[in-house]
Ligand binder design. Structure first.
Ligand SMILES: *Cc1c(COP(=O)(O)O)cnc(C)c1O
Length: 479
């Protein structure tokens, strides 16, 4: 560990240098730290990266072009980029027990695009595509191009439905994947809220997808990846897992055996900034057969790699290999369960009745609210969450009926199960004292709400008090 003094000096000096050029940027950076310190952050996809991870991003690596892969670059002078990219990939392979790691994707969406292209290129039996892949692009005739577009645009993907917790990038219309693929989705059992593997198998048999995708951003339970792989194998599909949300639980060995995606999937994608607690970015892990195609991510679908972010990935992955990260990961889940139990005890309704990962979904219709009303009322009270659909959501994807809460960030800050019970009390207080508002013409509004400002103020103060014992970036003093 570096000394706290070094961390304060580093950030203070950086701000001084920035302030000399554009003081408003330095002020905004300082204000962001202050805001983060004050907010009770329950956003399930956010975290707080270490000072070492943050500092690894602010340097001259940002000045380098490094298209290509380690040792095979299209630019000269990449030896130091090679060092950090190779290190990040090695840490990723060791941490996750993966055969191959590609650490260039700039985000989770980009990692998925790399994976989709790699699977298409590997699986689609097309003479035109084979020509394109062996770099004979100039030999492709116009007829080849037409054939290629037809074949690639007609492939099928089976993924988790959005309202059950799936992600837009798993074949839904607002994302290019929904335009590239003919998509069908599997939901959850209406009675239990859990994935019904028999139904997934049935859908796979009927639909015969090229790709079966597992992974979610709002499902509060474990997924059995061994069973999902068996389903994929039964129809000859490539099995892809997007572990963007729960990569930290895989890294920290909370999800093992059937629940560890890496030994079961052909290809695994992730972000690096959610429960994994690294820099904002993405990554692909895969079996050896897909490695060559995955490594063509840049320039196929990615712009030039971000060497400064790869340096930070190497730092964060090194941190995740230390024993204290496993302890962190198990505390994330203990905290999520304590928060869920605290809410249930006070009468809240949770999708699936609880959690066994880092997040829970409160069905706020039992408080008579929409997700939108609940999210804003909580925000007024110093509690940062986001609204989220529940399965078969009656309020649609904009207003929604759920609030998603997650514990990776507060666990990094050091809060434990006792503080989670207090957090549950604050959430319940706000939701039970908020009532739906009305539009000007008297009709019920899905957005407006009524919350006594005195309640919001009191809860804000209690939330701030809860955080005082757990300083965020306590080693960093900017004054
Ligand atoms: C967050 C998330 C992504 C997208 O990550 P970005 O870095 O925002 O592009 C992709 N898939 C899943 C399942 C996610 O939760």
């Amino acid at each position: 560990m570096s000394s706290p003094n070094a961390e304060s000096t580093a950030f203070r000096s950086a701000l001084e240098v920035i302030r000399a050029v554009e003081p408003r940027v330095a002020d905004a950076i300082g204000a962001e730290l202050a805001d983060q310190r004050e907010s009770l952050k329950l956003i399930a996809s956010e975290n707080y990266a270490s000072p070492a991870t943050l500092l690894a991003m602010g340097n001259w690596f940002s000045d380098k072009y490094a298209e290509g892969t380690v040792g095979r670059r299209f630019y000269a002078g990449c030896q130091n980029v090679d060092t950090v990219e190779a290190l990040a990939a090695e840490h990723a392979r060791e941490l996750f027990g993966a055969a191959h790691a590609y650490v260039q994707p700039h985000s989770g969406i980009d990692a998925n695009l790399v994976a989709f292209w790699a699977i298409l290129a590997d699986r689609v039996e097309s003479p035109a595509l084979k020509k394109a892949q062996v770099r004979q692009v100039n030999d492709l005739t116009e007829a080849d191009w037409f054939a290629l577009r037809r074949e690639l645009g007609n492939q099928r993907m089976l993924g988790m439905s959005l309202d059950a917790g799936g992600h837009l990038t798993h074949g839904f219309r607002p994302n290019i994947s929904g335009k590239m693929f003919d998509q069908r989705s599997y939901g959850t059992d209406p009675a239990t809220g859990l994935i019904d593997y028999d139904r997934v198998a049935e859908a796979a048999r009927e639909f015969k997808p090229l790709i079966l995708v597992a992974g979610y951003s709002a499902y509060p339970r474990k997924v059995n990846f061994r069973i999902m792989r068996e389903i994929a194998d039964s129809v000859g599909a490539t099995f892809m897992v997007d572990m963007a949300h729960f990569a930290g639980l895989v890294a920290g060995k909370v999800f093992t055996g059937d629940f560890d995606p890496v030994p079961h999937a052909h290809i695994v994608t992730t972000t690096t900034h959610k429960s994994l607690r690294g820099p904002r970015g993405g990554m692909v892990l895969c079996q050896p057969e897909l490695a060559d195609q995955v490594d063509r991510g840049c320039p196929m679908v990615l712009g030039g790699p971000l060497p400064h972010v790869m340096a930070a990935k190497a730092v964060a992955l090194a941190e995740a290999r230390r024993p204290d990260f496993a302890d962190y990961a198990s505390r994330i889940v203990a905290n999520a369960q304590a928060l869920a139990e605290g809410l249930l005890r006070r009468g809240a309704t949770l999708v699936t009745g609880g959690t066994d990962n880092h997040l829970a979904i409160i069905d706020v219709t039992s408080y008579g609210l929409t997700g939108r009303q609940a999210e804003q009322a909580l925000l007024d009270s110093g509690i940062v969450t986001n609204r989220n659909s529940v399965p078969q959501d009656p309020n649609g994807a904009w207003y929604t009926s759920g609030i998603r809460i997650g514990t990776p960030a507060l666990t990094t800050r050091g809060l434990g199960t006792a503080e989670m019970d207090q957090t549950a009390e604050l959430i319940h207080t706000v939701l039970s004292q908020t009532t739906p508002g009305a539009n000007a013409d008297g009709t019920p509004s899905k957005a407006k709400y009524v919350l006594d400002p005195a309640v919001a103020d009191k809860v804000s103060r209690q939330a701030a008090e809860l955080l005082t014992g757990f300083p965020l970036y306590g080693s960093v003093d900017l004054t």
